[in-house]
Design a protein. Structure first.
Length: 148
């Protein structure tokens, strides 16, 4: 397995977030997605989705958007439609893609994701490169220069 970045310390909030995500996938998403999976070879889902970091990140993003757009008391009347069209459909297209999605190796059985190869960058290499990335203040300066 490729080298992975070190795991962050787990605190009580992380435990609560994980439990909420598991409940949301089980109780909200899984019953709502009724596509033909893993049988015709077009779409694939892994029942051990929690062992795929990209899937966890995407599902967490979906759950947060769902909370804001559908469950929130201030949600707009079209919140559910917006969630499906702008959030669920694009993420599910990636998640369930049999060729390139995070579950693409799990067509017949679960295979844990390897993740991207990782090495900590040397400080003397990363710091100048980060400093060279234009930030908001650079964009404001560039825009002001155009106005002159």
């Amino acid at each position: 397995m490729p080298d992975q970045p070190p795991a962050a310390d787990v605190d009580e909030d992380d435990v609560d977030d994980a439990a909420e995500l598991v409940a949301w996938v089980r109780d909200v998403l899984a019953p709502a997605v009724t596509r033909d999976l893993n049988t015709r070879g077009q779409l694939v889902w892994c029942s051990q989705w929690w062992d795929h970091p990209e899937a966890v990140a995407r599902l967490h993003a979906l759950a947060m958007a769902y909370s804001t757009l559908v469950e929130d008391d201030d949600a707009a009347a079209d919140g559910a439609s917006t969630w499906w069209l702008q959030h669920a459909d694009p993420h599910l297209a990636v998640l369930l893609n049999k060729d390139t999605g995070p579950f693409s190796q799990c067509v017949r059985e679960h295979r844990p994701a390897g993740g991207l190869p990782w090495q900590d960058p040397p400080r003397d290499v990363i710091l100048p490169r980060i400093a060279a990335v234009p930030g908001p203040e650079d964009a404001a300066e560039a825009a002001a220069a155009l106005d002159d």
